[in-house]
Design a protein around this ligand. Structure first.
Ligand SMILES: Nc1ncnc2c1ncn2[C@@H]1O[C@H](COP(=O)(O)OP(=O)(O)OP(=O)(O)O)[C@@H](O)[C@H]1O
Ligand SMILES: [Mg+2]
Length: 219
């Protein structure tokens, strides 16, 4: 589904964030990415999301070598991936409903065709009470769930989530994790970058651990 082959990543010459790393995200898989702050978790997710290019090596996404495709094709591939940003990136001038619907609006879909789905998803993440609220009045956990719903609305084949439980208490963290597990059971691949050892223990899945530019995979 997504494959890294001998991938290295440097932002500058003195440090390799990734040093000759290879692994594959399998269809229907569920993975955690761990590692200390600055280890490269967000950078690795950005590589998987086609928003960074490797310094060396090959990244293939849905069978396409990303160094060989146009920006337009990259955009199309990206639509098959949902991304939950560490800092949410909700748009302040839009309501929760509008933020969640945004990926579909950008694709030019007609609201008549998606309104019901957005409302259903709002219920699923327990945000019905926030439907008309702007992000500034949402709590941290509500923003996090809105960001997850926005990543899910386009029915992506894979969801990449950067610290999706980073701003919430353990109860909500556990609920968020269960949402991901439900999606995974429906066939969506999930990759979660996290520091949160409690959630890693709650649902046991393979762990990709980043350290000094290398990865160790614990199955
Ligand atoms: N655009 C950039 N230019 C230069 N250095 C960068 C850039 N983005 C990240 N870095 C550096 O790369 C390293 C890895 O950053 P990254 O954000 O991937 O770490 P992380 O594991 O996600 O950390 P955290 O747990 O704090 O979110 C850090 O040392 C960071 O300062
Ligand atoms: Mg990070």
């Amino acid at each position: 589904m997504i494959e890294l082959k001998n991938v290295s990543l440097r932002y500058n010459l003195n440090r390799e964030i990734l040093n000759n790393v290879s692994f594959a995200i399998e269809p229907g898989g569920f993975y955690y990415i761990t590692g200390s702050s600055g280890a490269g978790k967000t950078s690795l997710l950005k590589l998987l999301f086609l928003s960074l290019k490797p310094s060396d090596g090959k990244v293939s996404v849905f069978g396409h070598d990303i160094s060989k495709i146009s920006n337009y094709k990259k955009q199309l591939l990206r639509r098959r991936i949902g991304f939950v940003f560490q800092d949410f990136r909700l748009l302040n001038h839009l309501t929760t409903y509008e933020n969640i619907a945004l990926p579909l609006r950008v694709r030019g879909e007609d609201e008549i065709n998606y309104k019901k789905d957005v409302i259903e998803l709002l219920k699923w993440v327990d945000l019905e009470h926030c439907i008309h609220s702007k992000p500034e009045v949402l709590s941290g956990g509500e923003k996090q769930r809105a960001a997850i719903a926005r990543a899910v609305i386009g029915s992506p084949e894979i969801i990449l989530a950067d610290e999706p439980t980073g701003n919430v208490d353990p109860d909500i963290a556990s609920r968020i994790l269960k949402l991901f597990l439900e999606l995974n059971k429906l066939g969506t691949s999930i990759v979660i970058a996290t520091h949160d050892t409690a959630i890693i223990k709650q649902i046991k899945k393979p762990i990709i651990e980043l350290k000094n530019g290398k990865i160790k995979i614990q199955k």
